[in-house]
Design a protein around this ligand. Sequence first.
Ligand SMILES: [Zn+2]
Length: 333
Amino acid sequence: MNGYPPRSIFRRFRWTLAILAFLSGVSYAQFAVGAVFKGSYPIKVGTTVGMVADIVKEVAGSMAVVTNIIGAGVDPHVYNPTRGDVAVLMKSDIIFYSGLLLEGQMTEILAKVGAKKPVHAVTELLQKEYLIHDDTTNHDDPHVWMDVKGWSKAVEVVAKALADFDPPNAAYYGKNAESYLVRLKELDEYSRTAIASIPENRRVLVTAHDAFNYLSRAYGIEVLGIQGISTESEAGLKDINRIVEILVTRIVPAVFVETSVSDKNVKALIEGAAARSHRVTIGGELFSDAMGNPGTYEGTYIGMIDHNVTTISRALGGNAPAGGMSGKLSPKH
Ligand SMILES: [Zn+2]
């Protein structure tokens, strides 16, 4: 005997072994998600976009250091992680990303890292009925942060994930999340009031890409993106002409550029409208898929949304205050 069990045992249990092998593959990922923090504080959290990083900073407070890999002004739809980014993800204790294919080029690396440590999509609690489906791409629209209520669900995901990962501080995370949600509720109410102050016929938001569908539904403004929900698609002359027609017939005074998307198509709209004797201005720069610079008010999620709704409202004839919800916006508004 060589010490190995006789062949027949393998044969007899081959289905059990197959099922166990399958289950271990499945539970491998689940095991990582259920992992508990055993290192020394602060917890190292890796995130993709700034909006996600901001939630984690609010909820984790002094218990974590957060590194986000997709910075201000960078387009997440087409972002390819660098070797340095992969290193950040590998060194992190827990990872949060936005999900719904926003970080489309990172799917593979996130799945790979997810086998070793907890990786959470902050949009994972959103129900099918909530999500806006895009028929062109047959994907759900990932730009959920544009509806403050929808994004509040992401705060719940982060709070629960951190509590599960670090049970001794669960109450601390819960308290932080609760007070952050109160501020988000104020932001939600401000956004609704600001958008509603725009005269009804001008309540049309024209932007470079289709990032504002959730804002549209939540706050009652029609939105038209020249490009589709991902910046990967190309805008055609047909799309430009269709939107010029709307600008001219509804006398829309302004269109908007985005910090993370080229303004080439928006300029084509302005020229198209001018050729038909309708003057359209650039109403401002909106933060669609990336926040403002780190360290500024606009570099936080609340500042980003405050900037957007205040800029949109003022440019389209509404009466939001120049300083925004709490007077913190930079003076150029
Ligand atoms: Zn986008």
